[in-house]
Design a protein around this ligand. Structure first.
Ligand SMILES: Cc1ncc(COP(=O)(O)O)c(C=O)c1O
Length: 424
């Protein structure tokens, strides 16, 4: 590991919590250079929804490369891109009666958020965005202005403005949180943005995660989300759902907000959409908003990643099968039940999540970091999140076999016990 420590930037982070050199990976398992195998409950921070080295995608990629398929194309037309767009329209949009234009952006979530904010400002002619306490939307300056965590914001070096943060609509309040989250935030926002003497300008958009994943797996209620959408439209603002981590099947259905009566103006997608871990980010813009873009106004050299289109097309195939989405719900219940059993043993712990994004809030960042280390030592990869790192989020690949899921949950219970029972 010396070469990394000697030559790589101080900025490196996840490798400090998982200090080994990984060599190979298959579905929900990663193996390091010493031959030790880890069950992966982290899945590349939600990128690897279909597992490491997904065999169907691997095959499609090998065939594509061997046939000299175009690998990089900016936003020129390619066969791979056409196939991806057709598949997305047929599998995702048409069955849901959704009409959107697909905007490919530089292949990171933060770039998708940047583009969404620009478009909302263009459409409304307004500057201010409403985002929410504990939000995470990315690291570039526009998206970072919407992100709340002080550690990340402090790195900006310039004022992060044109965003106002309001209380989120948690389904169940997080222990110790005094930020006024819940349904009450709606009326407060209505008053703030409707009263011309509040000192707050009318917003261009409300930017919301249905589940604040990095913020500590804080789950918004469907009622609150609908209320935010209605308020946005009452105020002439856009309703943007950032589905970068919770979308692409993570909670069961393709979009995290399905069945909630929502009709976002813009949906941001990234992480899992490229399928193989191949990078892609894409916004879905309502056509009436999309027409406000002029050609080439938001570019990005890597917005035409054809290997991502190839693997991403295979990934979309999973959503032709309702059984796949039902299985995500089933596995999500297995995780939630296991976590409830663990949390029941230790006062002050609580479980939150939906589908295959489940978490325990330990209320104490030092404790959860020690548990994540104990997981690593036992051969399980799991990462902390939340403003103080007090939450451990479990997001295994959706394709994880039951045996690995159960083994990983047993390792997790053991790791928790090792820290909670000996160190309290
Ligand atoms: C909801 C959400 N939005 C945006 C981002 C930023 O994505 P990226 O790291 O690819 O820029 C993330 C990353 O975790 C995210 O969870």
């Amino acid at each position: 590991m010396q070469i990394f420590e000697e030559w790589e930037s101080e900025i490196r982070a996840y490798c400090r919590a998982a200090p080994t050199v990984f060599k190979t990976a298959s579905n929900a398992r990663q193996t390091d250079e010493s031959g030790k195998t880890f069950i992966d409950f982290f899945a590349g921070a939600g990128v690897l929804n279909f597992g490491h080295n997904n065999p169907k995608m691997k095959q499609a990629l090998i065939e594509y490369i061997q046939s000299d398929g175009v690998a990089h194309s900016l936003d020129m037309y390619t066969t791979a891109k056409r196939t991806f767009i057709q598949k997305f329209v047929d599998t995702i949009l048409k069955p849901r009666e959704m009409d959107y234009r697909l905007q490919f952006v530089g292949p990171t979530g933060t770039n998708a958020v940047e583009a969404a904010l620009k478009l909302a400002r263009r459409v409304t002619g307004r500057e201010n965005i409403v985002a929410f306490h504990h939000a995470f939307h990315g690291m570039t300056l526009g998206a970072l202005a919407a992100t709340t965590n002080a550690h990340f914001r402090n790195a900006a070096g310039v004022p992060l403005n044109h965003v106002t943060h309001q209380s989120f609509g948690c389904e169940t309040p997080c222990p110790g949180c005094q930020l006024g989250c819940g349904m009450g935030s709606l009326e407060r926002m209505r008053a703030l943005y409707s009263n011309s003497s509040s000192g707050l300008p009318k917003p261009a958009a409300f930017l919301v995660e249905t589940i604040q994943a990095e913020g500590g797996v804080r789950v918004a209620s469907a009622e609150w989300l609908k209320g935010v959408q209605d308020l946005a439209h009452e105020l002439g603002a856009l309703f943007i759902v950032d589905d970068i981590q919770a979308g692409c099947g993570r909670t069961g259905p393709y979009f995290s907000f399905e069945g909630m009566g929502l009709d976002p103006d813009i949906i941001t997608l990234a992480k899992g959409i490229g399928g193989f871990g191949t990078p892609m980010a894409m916004n879905l813009n309502k056509p009436e908003h999309d027409k406000h873009w002029a050609p080439g106004e938001h570019t990005g050299t890597f917005r035409g990643q054809d290997l991502s289109f190839v693997a991403g097309t295979v990934a979309l195939g999973y959503f032709d099968d309702p059984a796949f989405m039902a299985d995500t719900q089933r596995k999500g219940k297995i995780i939630a039940q296991a976590l409830e059993q663990i949390a029941a043993k230790y006062p002050g712990c609580s479980v939150r999540g939906r589908g295959m994004m489940q978490a325990i809030d330990f209320g104490d960042g030092n404790r959860s970091k020690a548990i994540a280390t104990a997981c690593f030592e036992r051969g399980l990869l799991a990462a902390v999140c939340g403003s103080r790192g007090q939450v451990i989020k479990l997001i295994p690949p959706l394709t994880i076999p039951d045996e690995d899921l159960n083994e990983g949950l047993a390792l997790f219970a053991e790791a928790v016990a090792s820290q909670m029972e000996t160190k309290s």
